[in-house]
Design a protein around this ligand. Structure first.
Ligand SMILES: [Zn+2]
Length: 126
C-alpha cells in the first residue's frame, strides 16, 4: 500500500490513525474504541460512534470523518426499524428499564445511558 490511507480529518483536524489501520489489517488485537478514546482524545460515546461509522464505511478509515458520520446518520434515520449492529427487525423497546426507574423515584437518566431500543436478536441497545 503506497498511499497513507490512515489519515483521517475529524472536526477539521487531520489525525494519523495508523494504530487503527493496524487493527483493520489484522496486525493488532487492540480495541478501536479504546484507541480513539486513549490515543486520539475522543470521549467514549464518540469513540463508540467512530467504530460504528468505520464498520459502515467498509472497515476503511474515511479521509473525512464528519462526511462519513453524516452518511452513517442518514442511513440510520432511514433504517430506524432495524438493529444497527446485526440488521435484525426484531426490535424491543426498552420500556422495562424506564418504568423501573420511575418506580424507584429516579430522575430520568441521560439519553446516552437510557437507550430506547433493544435488539431482540443480538441484544444491542441504541
Ligand atoms: Zn441486533
Amino acid at each position: 500500500m503506497g498511499k497513507n490511507k490512515y489519515y483521517c480529518k475529524i472536526d477539521g483536524v487531520v489525525h494519523n490513525l495508523s494504530d487503527v489501520q493496524e487493527v483493520l489489517d489484522g496486525k493488532s488485537e487492540r480495541n478501536i474504541i479504546l484507541i480513539m478514546y486513549e490515543e486520539h482524545g475522543m470521549d467514549i460515546v464518540s469513540a463508540n460512534t467512530f467504530e460504528s461509522v468505520l464498520r459502515f464505511h467498509n472497515n476503511e478509515i474515511p479521509s473525512d470523518y464528519n462526511e462519513a458520520l453524516r452518511r452513517w446518520q442518514e442511513y440510520n434515520q432511514a433504517s430506524l426499524s432495524r438493529c444497527p449492529r446485526c440488521g435484525s427487525t426484531n426490535i424491543k423497546y426498552n420500556l422495562e428499564f424506564a418504568s423501573w426507574m420511575a418506580a424507584q423515584g429516579q430522575e430520568p437518566v441521560s439519553d446516552s445511558v437510557l437507550k430506547d431500543n433493544k435488539c431482540g436478536n443480538c441484544g444491542f441497545k441504541w
